[in-house]
Each structure stands twice: as structure tokens, then as C-alpha cells.
Design a protein around this ligand. Structure first.
Ligand SMILES: C[S@@+](CC[C@H](N)C(=O)[O-])C[C@H]1O[C@@H](n2cnc3c(N)ncnc32)[C@H](O)[C@@H]1O
Length: 404
């Protein structure tokens, strides 16, 4: 995505959202960090994902914005899902949190021009909570007419979906609770408002707002209260509600999740003393979530162990867990890179070749997008369907080196 230029940048002087949140806190008292994050990201008209001028791709670049190859290789995997399920005449592919709509655009173009029979069966749905982004997606995908539908969870009958739900960087955008250990007890971080010249947001500790926070660590067998005082981290309770919805709506098919994150053991290791919460702005990362409220993204890493464990308890069987680089290489990215070298040798547009090669390497970067987790869960399949080797997860040799 090109640089949209400085006139789009919101100014720090835009105090509307912090003042609105501040007035709510003054009226009702301190709120959980999850509530603060909910407002900072999703307040209608003012939250980071709801601002009309949001230049997607300005603050950070997601995989779909690097190269169409990401969408195309994802399509290769989903095409195989359709095949494994016996090529049903109706197959839903539901993208959750579609951002600018770029992935959907590249995905649909590729499927439409590659597999006419799959295209015929396909029903593409988008679940998007930002009204602004939904409009952006509708403009971008207008040419697809009825093929693409925007959905609400409530409109999807329970047990009705045969197909695949997928998301890229959705779960990291769910508001998280933040907790801190103090003298052998789990406490929660709340956001308060301090008056006066030095006024503004400030953090205070209180009792956990819900027993679900302690249950979360108990389920993982992590003795968090024994960690040193001051240890802090995040808990994504919203992800648990989301898993419940997925398990309820899915009749037969797959859930594919791309995001940055760790296994619980690494995420909640006593060494990760400050958690993983970060603010993103103009390709920089910042630890302070209270500075550019509404003009910076806030994210926390994903605890993939909990997605797996809770998913299993809801009937979502884990079929694979790998890293994005392995997933994409298994599906043909290495071959695409090799073909690209040939184009360079044959004297094509060298600048274009180099830019594309750079983008493909970025998708594989072990210190960046390449280390993203890719989790595959499934429900309602027969034993032989569950046992099918899956293209993106197929090569056990490749997975041996992954340091989860
Ligand atoms: C970090 S962006 C990722 C966008 C896109 N998938 C990409 O890779 O570029 C997160 C997206 O998830 C959407 N989102 C967040 N919470 C959501 C929810 N509960 N349901 C649907 N969409 C949600 C945001 O509005 C935004 O479109």
C-alpha cells in the first residue's frame, strides 16, 4: 500500500477521544484496561479502526498488503479444504476482520480465474465490526455483487456453516484485560483519570473484575500468583467468546487463524515480565497505550495454547499449528521465489522483480511475519477427512526447527 501522505495524519491535538473516555471514567470510576482498549479502537467515529481517515497500511503492514501471494496461497489451502469435504455445491468462506478488503480482493480474483467449479460453489462472507472499514470493503469489492456478503454473527444460524472461517490479525485486535501479580495475588490493571495540570490517564490496581481471569491461568496450569511482584501480562477473554461463536456456527469445516503469538508456556513465561501489549503508529512500536488514543493501534500477542485447548473443549479439533513461513513454503512460496529469480535472469523489469522478491521475503521473515502462528481447527469431519494430509501443514521435516 502506498504512503498516503502526511495530510491524512491525525494530529496529537485531536483530544476528542481521550476527553470522551476521560469524562466517562470521571462519571463512573476506573474501568478495566479491556474497556479502555475497546473504546480506543472501536468507539464509533473516533476509535482507531473507526476513524474515517484511517490510512490502513500507514502504521504497520499486514501480510495481505505485502503481496497478492499471501491471498493466493491461502486460496490454495482453502481450495483443498473444499476438495476434502467432497466438493460440496455450497461452500462458505468467511473472513473475519477484513481490514481494507485487500486480501478478499486478491483471494477472489485468484479463485475466480483458477477454479471455475470452486467459484460456482463459493459464498464469500465478511464479518467486520468497524462500520468505516465495512464501507471501504464494500467499495473495493463492489464488482463482485452477490458473491460477497457482509454478515453479522446473529444472522448466521447455529450449525449452518459448511466451509471455512479464517482471519489474519483479528485476535490480536480484541481488547485484552491486563493483570499484575502483587504479593502472591493476581490483581487487575484499571484505567483511571487524574485531574490537574499533569492530569490524564493513569493505571491503578484492583481486584480482578471477573473470576474468568484466574480460571484462565488455572486451566493452563500456570501458577501465576507465585510469580514475582510486578509481573504483568494480558488475558484475551474476548477470544474465548469468539471461539464459542465459531464452534456454534460451524457445522462442518475449518477455522484458520493467522496471528502473532506464542504457546502459553512462552507467553506466560516468568521472564516475559511486561507482557506483550504494544501500540503501533507510523511503523514504530510504543509501550505507552495512552499517548495517541484513537490514532494508534493497540495489540497484544495471541495465546495459541488457549485457542487450541478451549477450541478442543468446544469440539474444534486442532489439525495443525505451524508458522507462517512454513505454511507458505509448503503451499508454494519457495517455488514462486525461484521462478522470480528466473525472470530477473531473463531481463524482465528488474525493479519490479526486486520489489516483489523483497515482499515475499518479508512474508517469510523469521523475525517478522514469517514467525506468525497459523492454527488450523476443524469440526464435523469424518475420521478419514480429519486424517487427510493438509498442504500447508504437510511437511513434518520443515516443522522440526520451530521454537515455540
Ligand atoms: C489488525 S486489522 C487486520 C485487517 C486485515 N485482516 C489485514 O490482515 O490487513 C483487524 C481487523 O479486525 C476487525 N475486527 C476487530 N474486532 C472484530 C470483531 N469482533 N469482529 C469482526 N471484525 C473485527 C477490525 O475492524 C479490522 O478490520
Amino acid at each position: 500500500m502506498g504512503n498516503p501522505g502526511l495530510p491524512f495524519l491525525p494530529s496529537q491535538a485531536d483530544r476528542r477521544l481521550p476527553e470522551l473516555i476521560g469524562s466517562r471514567i470521571r462519571a463512573r470510576g476506573p474501568v478495566t484496561f479491556a474497556q479502555f482498549m475497546e473504546w480506543a479502537l472501536y468507539e464509533p467515529g473516533l476509535g482507531y479502526y473507526e476513524r474515517e481517515h484511517l490510512p490502513l497500511g500507514y502504521d504497520y503492514r499486514t501480510s495481505p498488503h505485502l503481496a497478492a501471494d499471501f491471498a493466493q496461497l491461502l486460496a490454495e489451502q482453502i481450495f483443498q479444504f473444499w476438495h476434502i469435504l467432497g466438493s460440496p455445491p455450497h461452500f462458505a468462506v468467511i473472513e473475519m476482520g477484513a481490514g481494507s478488503g485487500r486480501l478478499a480482493e486478491d483471494w477472489l480474483a485468484y479463485v475466480g480465474s483458477t477454479w471455475p467449479d470452486f467459484w460456482q460453489a463459493l459464498e464469500y462472507g465478511i464479518l467486520e465490526r468497524s462500520a468505516f472499514l465495512r464501507r471501504l470493503q464494500q467499495e473495493r469489492l463492489a464488482g463482485y455483487g452477490e458473491k460477497v456478503r457482509w454478515l453479522e454473527w446473529d444472522e448466521i444460524p447455529d450449525g449452518s456453516v459448511t466451509g471455512c472461517f479464517f482471519s489474519n490479525e483479528l485476535v490480536d485486535a480484541f481488547p485484552v484485560h491486563r493483570v499484575q501479580v502483587q504479593a502472591g495475588a493476581l490483581r487487575e490493571i484499571y484505567v483511571d483519570w487524574a485531574e490537574g495540570e499533569e492530569g490524564g490517564f493513569r493505571e491503578v490496581l484492583g481486584a480482578p473484575s471477573t473470576p474468568a481471569l484466574e480460571t484462565y491461568f488455572a486451566r493452563l496450569g500456570i501458577p501465576i500468583a507465585t510469580y514475582p511482584s510486578g509481573y504483568q501480562t494480558e488475558v484475551n477473554l474476548k477470544a474465548l467468546e469468539w471461539l464459542q461463536l465459531l464452534a456454534r456456527k460451524l457445522r462442518r469445516g475449518y477455522v484458520l487463524t493467522f496471528d502473532y503469538g506464542y504457546t502459553a508456556q512462552r507467553y506466560y513465561s516468568p521472564q516475559r515480565f511486561q507482557g506483550t501489549l504494544l501500540a503501533y503508529r507510523q511503523h514504530g512500536t510504543y509501550a505507552d497505550p495512552y499517548v495517541w488514543v484513537g490514532s494508534q493501534d493497540l495489540t497484544a500477542h495471541v495465546d495459541f495454547t488457549t485457542l487450541q485447548q478451549v477450541g478442543e473443549s468446544l469440539g474444534l479439533k486442532c489439525l495443525g499449528f505451524t508458522q507462517q513461513s512454513y505454511f507458505l513454503v509448503n503451499l508454494g512460496l519457495a517455488k514462486r521465489l525461484a521462478d522470480l529469480s528466473q525472470v530477473g535472469d531473463e531481463g524482465g523489469d528488474l525493479g519490479q522483480v526486486l520489489r516483489r522478491r523483497h515482499a515475499l521475503h518479508a512474508l517469510l521473515d523469521p523475525l517478522g511475519l514469517g514467525s506468525f502462528g497459523v492454527l488450523l481447527q476443524a469440526k464435523g469431519l469424518s475420521d478419514s477427512e480429519y486424517a487427510q494430509p493438509l498442504r500447508g501443514f504437510v511437511d513434518p521435516e520443515l516443522h522440526r526447527g520451530i521454537a515455540w
